[in-house]
Design a protein around this ligand. Structure first.
Ligand SMILES: [Fe+2]
Ligand SMILES: [Fe+2]
Length: 279
């Protein structure tokens, strides 16, 4: 078996502030209210703690990529919020991320959907900085700690493949077709990079989030498209989109062994659902 040369842990869509998203056991707001995690949030936190334990054991020590939608946002159209104050949502996210951060050698932070995180991800910019995310620099100065996408070479040799990470990708309402868009976008993205950039990086893996459904699609011999799981359980929004699109909760491990890229989605089975009985 070839030895693993590098590991990347990709995860995101934590949607802190959503009543169905990630939340600490309890958090006191500026106004003095204590917001205690509800049943689903407690379950999500249990899974997140489990993820942290798994990440801690990965060798070589992984690079982390946060895939966006860290907070739910304060938009008035949303009804399933535990607070609409985005700075409190961002603080909750920081509280959840802090214990995980030491297990990553480096952390890259990709921006999410503007509806949730603001047009330029302003609300999570400070969170990313406080978690020591790797900044984008100009003339040696950090100019932002979040970014629209990141290209990461999975090793230090020029021949090692490059993975591209960004948040957004189209979604299918039909589970059976959920691999179609990642397949199309992966090939299109790689083609565009080759056509329109000088000295183009050798992108072999295209990783996206946003859909809250995980899928991995391969194009032999060596190209992969992947969508990472999320950390927001079934919500008002996802139910409106269709009851067959149950969110996949979890994270994704991407490994490079010098020969193959190996993609491992890690998902958690949800709590028991309620069944009413005829009388
Ligand atoms: Fe999301
Ligand atoms: Fe999104």
């Amino acid at each position: 078996m070839p030895k693993i040369r590098s590991n990347v842990v990709a995860f995101g869509d934590t949607h802190c502030g959503s009543a169905r998203g990630l939340w600490p056991d309890s958090l006191i707001t500026e106004g003095g209210n204590t917001i205690v995690a509800n049943e689903i949030q407690s379950w999500l936190k249990e899974c997140f703690d489990h993820m942290r334990d798994e990440v801690r054991k990965i060798r070589p020590k992984p690079t982390g990529v946060f895939m966006g939608d860290g907070i739910q946002g304060g938009n008035e159209k949303q009804r399933e919020l535990c607070t609409n104050k985005t700075s409190t949502q961002a603080y909750a996210l920081r509280r959840m991320m802090e214990p995980m951060r030491p297990h990553f050698r480096e952390l890259f932070w990709v921006r999410g959907t503007a509806y949730h995180v603001g047009d330029g991800a302003e609300d999570v910019e400070t969170t990313a900085e406080m978690l020591d995310a790797t900044p984008v620099t100009k003339e040696g100065q950090p100019v932002s700690y979040t970014r629209w996408d990141v290209n990461i070479r999975l090793g230090d040799s020029k021949n090692d493949p490059v993975a591209n990470f960004a948040h957004t990708i189209g979604a299918s309402r039909v589970a059976a077709y959920q691999a179609s868009v990642p397949l199309r976008d992966t090939l299109a993205f790689i083609d565009e990079v080759r056509r329109y950039t000088s000295d183009s990086p050798d992108v072999k893996v295209v990783v996206r989030a946003h859909r809250h459904r995980s899928v991995v699609v391969g194009v032999p011999p060596d190209i992969w498209g992947a969508v990472v799981p999320c950390w927001q359980y079934q919500s008002e929004y996802s139910r409106q989109r269709g009851m067959t699109l149950w969110p996949h909760i979890g994270w994704m491990l991407i490994q490079w062994d010098g020969q193959d890229i190996v993609i491992k989605p890690r998902t958690y089975t949800g709590p028991q659902i309620r069944v009413e009985v005829v009388r």
